[in-house]
Design a protein around this ligand. Sequence first.
Ligand code: SF4
Length: 62
Amino acid sequence: MNDTEHQSMVGRCDATNCRFNDDMECTAGQIEVQMSGQMAQCITYTPTDGMGESYGATADNR
Ligand code: SF4
């Protein structure tokens, strides 16, 4: 199961609506993964749309 050949931290991710997902590749420098049952769940996942909810650090806040 630990079959990491030439992989970055995350080889491929199909959460294409994540803002860190660039062509199925994770571009986040560091991610956090949580195991839920047998599934690994990325808790760094941030949707591209709906920014400004939890992670939205925009400067346009008046
Ligand atoms: S942050 Fe998580 S969900 Fe987003 S692309 Fe990377 S691995 Fe996928």
